[in-house]
Design a protein around this ligand. Structure first.
Ligand SMILES: NC(=O)c1ccc[n+]([C@@H]2O[C@H](COP(=O)([O-])OP(=O)(O)OC[C@H]3O[C@@H](n4cnc5c(N)ncnc54)[C@H](O)[C@@H]3O)[C@@H](O)[C@H]2O)c1
Ligand SMILES: O=C(O)C[C@H](O)C(=O)O
Ligand SMILES: [Mg+2]
Length: 553
C-alpha cells in the first residue's frame, strides 16, 4: 500500500470509530480515540506523526489536554506497550549506566515529571508519564523534533495519593529502559520490569539527590539536550528551576511557558480595548490561584512598580498581613502603594474582590472547576474595561474556572475569553462568533525548546523567554483582536513555532548564549536576518516521510 492509502485507511477507521461511538459518554469516546491513535503510534511512527500534523486541531485534544488527563488517571489500565524511561529512587547510583543504555544515540528533547501535580488533577504518581509523552508528541508535531530523539521521563519518587498506594493493578507499570523504534533500520525493545515505588513521596535532600543524579547523567551523555520540567508541584518546580537553570539547558514549562502565554493573552486584552500596549500598566488584573504566580514576575515588572495584581489563593485575597506569606508571592500581596483599594481585607472572597476592584482581567490558574460562577461573572460585567477579559486557564476541561457560554451570557457579548483546554466557539445573539481562545503553554514550549536547541544555547535566559512571549503576542493582527481572537488557531502551530523558535534563537545570539549546533556556527546565526532565521528554523524541522532503504536507480 502507498503511504496515501495507509493514511486514508487510518482516517477511515477513525471516522468509523466516531460513528460507532455516537451517543456514548464523552470519556468513553475520548479514550477510544486515544487508544486508536496510541496503537498507530506504537506500530508506525511516520504515519502517526503525519496524521497528527495534518489534523492537529482535532487530535491535540486527544493526545494532549483534556484527554491526556483522563489517560493519566487510567494509565495502568490503558497500558499496553512501554514508552519512556523511569528512574526510581532505587536506581540511585545506576542512573548514569541507565542513561548510557538508552538505545538512541542522540536525544534532543526530554520532558521530565515526577507526577506530583498532573494538570489540575493532583498527584498521579507514575501514571503521570502520559504528560511527558503527550508534550513530546506536541514537540514532534509542532517543532518538528525527530521522534527518535525525544525522551519522556518519569522520576518515580513515590506518591502521596492514597488510592494509588492501595491500587494493586498499578504495581507493574514501570520499567527501567523501554524503547520501541519502528520504521528505521532496526527495531529495538529493551524492557526490564520493576515495581514502582509504593511509598510516600521522598522529601528534602533525598528527593533532590534523585533529581540531581538524573540531571548529571543526562548532561554527561547528551550535554546539548533540552530538559523541560513539567507538572512538578509548586515547591519543587521553583526549587529545581533555581537549582538547575544556570547549569543546564532546562526550563519549567508550567512556570515559564505559562507566564509567557499569559503575558501574550494580557497584551491581547489591552489591544482588544483599542488601547496602546503602554496602557498595560493601567490594567487591573485579578489572579485566582497563586501556584504559578511567582513565574509571572516578568509580567509584574512590566507594571513598573505598580502592583496591578490582586492575587487570591484557597484562603482568599493575599495581603501583607497573610500569616506565613510565601516570599515568592509577597511582591504581589496587597497592602502598599497609592493604587490600593483600601477596604479589601486579608482573605477577601473572589466576589468581593471583583466587585470592589472592577478588574480589566480575571485570570484563573486555580485548578478549581466552575469557580468563576454566575455571581463572579455578573460582577465582571461592571469591569472598568469595555471588553472584560476572562482567562480560565486550568486544565483539563473539568477544572476550567468557567465556560465560554457562561462568559458571553453573564459578562456580556463584548467580553473576551480564553481557556487552557479547548472549547467550541459560541454563537452570539446577533449571529456573530464569540471566540473561545485556547491559552495554553503549547503555543510556547515547542518554540522555546526548538530555539534553544538550534542555537545551542548554554542555558535558557529570561530574555529568550521574553522574546518567545513577545513573538506570540505579535502574531495576532489588529483585525483578529477586534473580533476577540487573542491566540492563533492551533492549526497554525508549526508556523507559530518556527517564528517563536527563531525569536528564541536570536535572543540567545544577542545574549551571547548561543554555541551553535553541529551544522551551524553561531556566527552564521548572528548574520541571518529575522526572516532568514525563521526559514532556517522551519527547514530544520523533521517531517514524517518514509526513508527509502534502497535508492531508486
Ligand atoms: N493553560 C496553561 O497553559 C496552564 C499552564 C500551567 C498550569 N495550568 C493549570 O493551572 C492550574 C493550577 O496549576 P498550578 O501548577 O498553579 O497548581 P498549584 O497547585 O501549584 O496552585 C493552585 C493554586 O490555586 C489555589 N486555589 C485552590 N483552591 C482555590 C480556591 N477555591 N480559590 C482560589 N484559589 C484556589 C491554591 O491555593 C494555589 O495557590 C492547573 O489546573 C493547571 O492545569 C494551565
Ligand atoms: O498540559 C497542559 O495542557 C498545560 C499545562 O502544562 C498544565 O499543566 O496544565
Ligand atoms: Mg503542565
Amino acid at each position: 500500500m502507498s503511504f496515501e492509502q495507509q493514511y486514508e485507511r487510518f482516517i477511515n477507521s477513525y471516522h468509523s470509530l466516531e460513528h460507532n461511538t455516537q451517543g456514548e459518554p464523552d470519556s468513553v469516546v475520548s479514550l477510544a480515540k486515544w487508544r486508536i491513535l496510541n496503537r498507530l503510534h506504537d506500530r508506525n511512527e511516520t504515519l502517526y506523526y503525519r496524521v497528527l500534523i495534518d489534523n492537529i486541531k482535532d487530535f491535540a485534544p486527544i493526545i494532549y489536554t483534556p484527554t491526556v488527563g483522563l489517560v493519566c488517571e487510567n494509565y495502568s489500565g490503558l497500558f499496553r506497550r512501554p514508552r519512556g524511561m523511569y528512574f526510581s529512587a532505587k536506581d540511585k547510583g545506576e542512573m548514569m549506566s541507565m542513561i548510557y543504555n538508552w538505545p538512541a544515540e542522540k536525544v534532543d528533547m526530554i520532558v521530565v515529571t515526577d507526577g506530583s501535580r498532573i494538570l489540575g488533577l493532583g498527584d498521579l504518581g507514575v501514571q503521570g508519564i502520559g504528560i511527558p509523552i503527550g508534550k513530546l508528541d506536541v514537540y514532534v508535531a509542532a517543532a518538528g523534533i525527530n521522534p527518535q530523539k525525544v525522551l519522556p521521563i518519569m522520576l518515580d519518587v513515590g506518591t502521596n495519593n492514597e488510592e494509588l498506594l492501595e491500587d494493586k493493578l498499578c504495581a507493574f507499570v514501570t520499567s527501567t529502559v523501554e524503547h520501541t523504534q519502528i520504521n528505521v533500520k532496526f527495531y529495538s525493545f529493551f524492557f526490564r520490569r520493576k515495581k514502582r515505588l509504593r511509598q510516600p513521596r521522598l522529601e528534602g535532600e533525598e528527593y533532590l539527590a534523585v533529581v540531581d543524579e538524573f540531571m548529571e547523567a543526562v548532561h554527561a551523555r547528551w550535554p546539548k539536550a533540552i530538559v523541560q520540567f513539567e507538572d512538578f508541584q509548586m515547591k519543587w518546580a521553583f526549587e529545581t528551576l533555581q537549582r538547575y537553570r544556570s547549569r543546564f539547558c532546562m526550563f519549567n514549562d508550567d512556570v515559564q511557558g505559562t507566564a509567557g502565554v499569559a503575558l501574550a493573552g494580557l497584551l491581547g486584552a489591552v489591544r482588544a480595548q483599542g488601547r496602546p500596549l503602554a496602557d498595560f500598566t493601567k490594567q487591573k488584573i485579578v489572579v485566582v490561584g497563586a501556584g504559578r504566580m511567582p513565574g509571572t514576575h516578568k509580567i509584574g515588572e512590566l507594571g513598573e512598580g505598580h502592583n496591578q495584581f490582586w492575587v487570591l489563593d484557597k484562603d482568599g485575597l493575599i495581603t501583607k498581613s497573610r500569616k506565613d506569606l510565601d516570599p515568592a508571592v509577597a511582591r504581589f500581596a496587597r497592602g502598599y502603594g497609592p493604587e490600593e483599594v483600601e477596604d479589601l481585607h486579608e482573605g477577601a472572597s473572589l466576589v468581593e474582590v471583583v466587585k470592589k476592584v472592577k478588574p480589566h482581567v480575571l485570570l484563573g490558574l486555580s485548578g478549581v472547576g466552575g469557580i468563576f460562577n454566575e455571581e463572579v461573572l455578573k460582577a465582571m460585567k461592571e469591569s472598568d474595561s469595555p471588553c472584560p477579559a476572562i482567562f480560565a486557564m486550568s486544565n483539563p476541561t473539568t477544572k476550567a474556572e468557567c465556560t465560554p457560554e457562561d462568559v458571553f451570557k453573564h459578562v456580556g457579548e463584548n467580553a473576551v475569553f480564553a481557556s487552557g483546554s479547548p472549547f467550541s466557539n459560541v454563537t452570539l445573539s446577533n449571529g456573530r462568533k464569540g471566540y473561545a481562545n485556547q491559552a495554553n503553554n503549547m503555543y510556547l514550549f515547542p518554540g522555546i525548546g526548538l530555539g534553544a536547541l538550534l542555537s545551542g544555547a548554554r542555558h535558557i535566559s529570561d530574555g529568550m523567554l521574553h522574546a518567545a512571549a513577545e513573538c506570540l503576542a505579535s502574531y495576532i493582527t489588529d483585525d483578529a483582536i477586534r473580533k476577540g481572537i487573542l491566540f492563533p488557531s492551533i492549526s497554525s502551530i508549526r508556523h507559530i513555532t518556527a517564528r517563536v523558535g527563531a525569536a528564541v534563537a536570536r535572543a540567545a545570539v544577542d545574549e551571547d548564549l548561543a554555541e551553535g549546533c553541529p551544522d551551524l556556527d553561531p556566527r552564521d546565526l548572528r548574520s541571518m536576518s529575522e526572516s532568514d532565521t525563521v526559514d532556517y528554523v522551519a527547514r530544520k524541522m523533521w517531517y514524517p516521510v518514509y526513508s527509502p532503504l534502497v535508492n531508486d536507480k
